[in-house]
Design a protein around this ligand. Structure first.
Ligand SMILES: Nc1ncnc2c1ncn2[C@@H]1O[C@H](COP(=O)(O)OP(=O)(O)OP(=O)(O)O)[C@@H](O)[C@H]1O
Length: 600
């Protein structure tokens, strides 16, 4: 008894802030090096979410400056809608305060912890408050706050607050200072690059230790902001049903139709009949046992899947390819967006891409890029369902070697978009193993594997043809010399013949001012690669790392341009550089369908 009383004296509640101060690893603050990445990730996620909600093209500025031996100042600024001054202290100075927790739609933030956890980490390591500047429109001035979190109560502490002039008309800027190191700079740059790939509409400028890098946007349209939907009857649990029912004033029928997605009168009546209830009963007055029957009936009756188009925002095949090609030079790339599916009442869409060759390191295992709701996942690759699915696929079927993961110059990108991404922990590093999600990932990877196999076999065939052609071409000059000797006529220029055999167009003069017209007169789409070789080098291996979709080519050699041409579409390329060059048109199987006009 005495012991119980002693214990009672020690028993008290713990604030959320106290809990996370002690368990900061749960939020991704397990080391000072990681702290810097987590902070930037949280602030950038918020900036992108806010810009999407305000339907503006994100222009995000990030800066990391060393202010003392081990102390860094991190600044993230966005052009989003800003935050009203009354809410600024709560957003940054209170854990579990946010706008997205109760909404059923795809968003990067979910829990309302992210950015306040960074503020907590800063005050823990350096004792400095976070400085937040926010402005919500041209008619009002900006508000600047210095904030800390009162750990014992999880309430914000306002150190200072003033109105200031700010040249941005709307947006938010957060400055946080904490103990860290730039040891993970490469990983940070990877994070920014990957973020740019899955947010092709964003411009991200990063100034890290004085060095500026700009990730330019490749799309000028803001993706539509996903809209919230009502909960799906198949995804609801007893506690949530009880809470919703208690807050409702209507009848059971009205409640089912008005509070759940995809439930019309017919479906509602079916559920009510199955639960042995009357449509006119007040839902608030239902006994727990009646609610249990209603829940069972809600799960048992067939209901169409939730409206995924409305609440999810997949990137799309075209933009995935554009985003990847902008950052990494690839010889082959294909992307697929699967139809929407549902797990436990939550809609989700799987998108994936496979890239091959180019600048991907040829040795070692494939590079895996994991994304959830347009956010790159950087840690715990081994614990993630995405990685498990990549290993599950038999890549040998698709022409790759495999040691768990596929091997060679391969890049695999998987994006899980959902109203509720099932993460393994609050730090949102890895996707949990949900059979429905895993099945979709494996299916999309198999689909892409088949595409890769077709490409690899075609490439192999082409290589064999080229080897044969090269062998023939190597003897043509000798044959020509012999023939001219025998027939006693001047030596002819054999380069056009060689060019035709090699399926290349060889420029005849030292200066090219040429026009190339590539016309794929076909009924299917075809990817055409256009390579301009420098004859003084013997391969296009050191091709420009950033192929561009340009029609005006001005300047250097050894560049690769790639385009998918539709039926009858013509791609005109004008080269205005100087010097010898060879044009190689790859990917075009039938030469007659290509018109090459080289004005020399
Ligand atoms: N840059 C910003 N512009 C506008 N609103 C913002 C910005 N940053 C945060 N907010 C608001 O503050 C809320 C809390 O942000 P916080 O990072 O703590 O959580 P979250 O993003 O909702 O969820 P998570 O913990 O999963 O990241 C957001 O839900 C959003 O409403």
């Amino acid at each position: 008894m005495v012991l119980a009383e002693d214990l009672a004296k020690q028993q008290r509640s713990i604030s959320v802030a106290e809990f996370f101060e002690k368990n900061k690893h749960l939020l991704g603050f397990d080391s000072p090096t990681r702290g810097i990445i987590t902070t930037i990730k949280e602030a950038v996620d918020n900036a992108l979410d806010a810009c999407e909600e305000a339907e503006v093209l994100p222009d995000i500025f990030i800066s990391i400056k060393r202010v003392d031996t081990e102390v860094y100042r991190i600044t993230v600024e966005d052009n989003g809608p800003g935050i009203v001054p009354e809410n600024v202290p709560l957003v940054f100075g209170k854990l579990l305060y946010g706008s997205r927790f109760h909404q059923i739609r795809q968003s990067r933030g979910q829990q309302g912890i992210g950015i306040s956890a960074a503020v907590l980490y800063a005050q823990l390591t350096t004792g400095t408050p976070a400085r937040v500047t926010s402005r919500t429109g041209a008619k009002v001035r900006a508000h600047q706050f210095e904030l800390m979190i009162k750990t014992e109560t999880n309430e914000p502490e306002i150190i200072s607050h003033e109105e200031i002039d700010w040249d941005r008309t709307h947006g938010t800027r957060i400055e946080i200072q904490f103990k860290s190191s730039l040891a993970a700079k490469k990983r940070l740059m990877d994070y920014l690059r990957l973020t740019a790939i899955v947010n092709p509409h964003a411009r991200i400028t990063a100034e890290i230790d004085g060095e500026v890098t700009v990730f330019e946007r490749v799309a000028n349209e803001v993706p539509p902001c996903p809209k919230s939907i009502l909960p799906h009857p198949h995804g609801i649990e007893f506690g949530a049903l009880k809470r919703l029912a208690a807050a409702s004033t209507g009848t059971v029928e009205e409640f089912l139709i008005g509070s759940f997605s995809r439930v019309g009168k017919k479906t509602a009546d079916e559920m009510i009949a199955l639960a042995g209830l009357k449509p006119t009963q007040k839902v608030k007055k239902l006994e727990p046992e009646e609610l249990t029957r209603l829940l069972d009936a809600m799960q048992a009756v067939k209901v169409p899947a939730p409206p995924a188009q409305q609440c999810l925002s997949p990137i799309g095949e075209d933009l995935i390819c554009k985003g990847l090609e902008k950052e990494i030079q690839l010889d082959f790339i294909k992307a697929r967006t699967r139809p929407s599916m549902v797990y436990g009442g939550h809609p989700f869409i799987i998108e994936a891409a496979i890239g091959y060759g180019g600048k991907i390191p040829p040795e070692g295992s494939a590079q895996i890029f994991r994304f959830a709701n347009r956010v790159p996942l950087l840690y715990q690759q081994g614990a993630c369902a995405i990685t498990n699915c990549v290993s599950q696929v038999n890549w040998k079927n698709y022409g790759l070697s495999q040691q768990g993961l596929p091997m060679g110059p391969v890049l695999i990108m998987v994006h899980v978009a959902s109203t509720n991404v099932p993460f393994t922990s609050e730090s949102k590093d890895a996707v949990a193993s949900i059979p429905e999600i895993e099945r979709e990932i494996v299916l999309v990877l198999q689909e892409l594997g088949r595409e890769l196999k077709t490409y690899l076999s075609r490439r192999e065939r082409k290589k064999q043809q080229d080897d044969r052609a090269r062998a023939i071409c190597s003897v043509i000059p000798e044959i020509a010399a012999k023939v001219s000797e025998i027939v006693e006529l001047p030596l002819v220029d054999t380069s056009p013949i060689e060019g035709r055999i090699m399926r290349k167009v060889v420029a005849k003069k030292r200066t090219i001012d040429g026009k190339v017209r590539i016309d794929v007169n076909n009924y299917t789409e075809r990817e055409v690669t256009f390579v301009l070789y420098n004859l003084s080098r013997d391969s296009a291996d050191d091709a420009d790392p950033r192929p561009d979709f340009v029609d005006e080519i001005d300047g250097d050699y050894n560049k690769v341009w790639r385009r998918t041409l539709g039926p009858g579409e013509v791609w005109r390329v004008v080269y205005t550089g100087s010097g010898d060059g060879t044009l190689d048109l790859r990917g075009v199987e039938d030469e007659k369908k290509v018109v090459v006009d080289l004005d020399v």
